[in-house]
Design a protein. Structure first.
Length: 399
């Protein structure tokens, strides 16, 4: 595919993906909050779970929830499903445009596993589909009736996925796939369980029957799972901008930390919304902060480089490394067929440009080794040390 066409497709899909994702996450968070905020009112009719008063945009709202369903079908009923469907569809299309069409550059990293594009795409599809199948079987098993053990089992499944993806794909693609893995589970929950169960409830009302309360309970369970998975999914989806995470030696452990951190944050928010207070609730936020600090500490740790073994580095040596390993992409006229313009507008055609972007080189080439992508130009460890030594000497000279 033409690189410019791919970029326009990527921009359009990303834009729509973010918009519908905001709608989906917003309604998900709202209804979980609403369930927690419901309160029994004096004189409230039987059959109601509770009510909640709200004020927004200058108006007052009074929302009630039925324990199962109203006695008869209302004339107008609003459904919340297309936000989820279009979030997944646009996300998957974005995966195709960026990672499948550009598999050699974006999906495959020979340093992790040497794959053909067809193999990599097959692993990707199998991972996404297999994740839903295993998750759904867990929920339908005996664990489905036990909240704690089921939560642990789903967490272990996510950890296995993180470990697997980071040992098959390049770091950037692996993190995106963890997000897609969890996002697929979330949308499949809506498509295969939540909406069908709601439709069965509606059909029972229309037929004048009493709906099965287990349908709502199962849908609520999957909806709650989606609520707890949302924050990790969002972080995984924006992680491609932060190589200190996905290019870390123990990147899969960072994913584990994000899962725990995001889960604790949602648990804290949900607990607060239910009206609970006290030291036990505050402790949840403290534990989340501790896990977040641990993720940052691990993600910031890098093995030290033996720069003492590198002699004085001249700028001409730096230019040679840049010319051989970086200019194929980062130039006003890239020679790499995957690019028609320099990625992110970063070019190293002149000494001034190299000097000005010294911090970027340190971050992307020396510390995180995110560049070159998949090390496609074969930059050696010795060349990275040369750049590191030049940066250190330049910093010392400027102090």
């Amino acid at each position: 595919m033409d690189p410019i066409v791919a970029d326009w497709l990527g921009l359009a899909l990303r834009w729509v993906h973010v918009m519908v994702g905001i709608m989906w996450i917003g309604t998900s968070f709202y209804f979980i909050w609403l369930d927690s905020a419901l309160r029994r009112e004096e004189g409230q009719p039987e059959g109601l779970a509770g009510a909640s008063w709200m004020v927004h945009g200058g108006g007052f709202y009074h929302v009630t929830k039925y324990l199962v369903a109203p006695s008869q079908m209302p004339q107008e009923l609003h459904w919340f499903k297309y936000e989820s469907y279009f979030t997944w569809i646009t996300g998957f299309l974005l995966l195709v445009v960026v990672y499948y069409f550009g598999a050699n550059e974006a999906l495959i990293d020979p340093r992790v596993m040497d794959l053909t594009p067809s193999q990599a795409i097959l692993y990707s599809l199998a991972g996404l589909a297999g994740g839903w199948v295993v998750y759904d079987l867990l929920c339908r098993s005996f664990l489905g009736q036990r909240t704690g053990p089921l939560a642990i089992a789903v967490f272990v499944l996510a950890v296995i996925a993180a470990y697997g993806f980071t040992h098959v794909f390049g770091g950037r693609a692996a993190f995106i796939h963890v997000g897609a893995f969890l996002g697929t589970i979330m949308t499949a929950n809506v498509f295969f369980v939540i909406i069908p169960n709601q439709k069965k409830t509606v059909a029972a009302l229309i037929a004048g029957q009493v709906p099965d309360p287990s349908l709502g309970a199962k849908a609520k369970q999957r909806s709650l799972h989606n609520n707890y998975l949302t924050l990790p999914v969002v972080l995984m989806m924006i992680s491609n901008h932060y190589p200190m995470m996905f290019e870390h030696e123990y990147n899969w452990l960072l994913v584990v930390g994000v899962l725990v951190f995001g889960g604790l944050l949602r648990f804290y928010a949900n607990t607060k919304s239910s009206g609970q207070t006290g030291s036990a609730v505050t402790a949840i936020a403290f534990y989340a902060a501790m896990v977040g600090a641990a993720v940052i500490a691990l993600g910031s740790t890098r093995p030290g480089a033996d720069l003492a073994s590198i002699g004085p580095v001249g700028f001409d040596q730096v230019q040679v490394v840049i010319a051989h390993r970086c200019l194929t992409c980062h130039s006003a006229n890239p020679s790499d067929p995957a690019y028609k313009v320099a990625p992110k507008g970063i070019a190293f055609d002149s000494p001034d440009q190299i000097e000005r972007l010294r911090t970027q080189i340190e971050r992307m080439v020396v510390l995180t080794r995110a560049m070159p992508i998949g090390n496609k130009t074969g930059m050696t460890d010795q060349e990275r040390l040369i750049l590191a030594k030049w940066i250190e000497d330049s910093r010392s000279a400027s102090q």
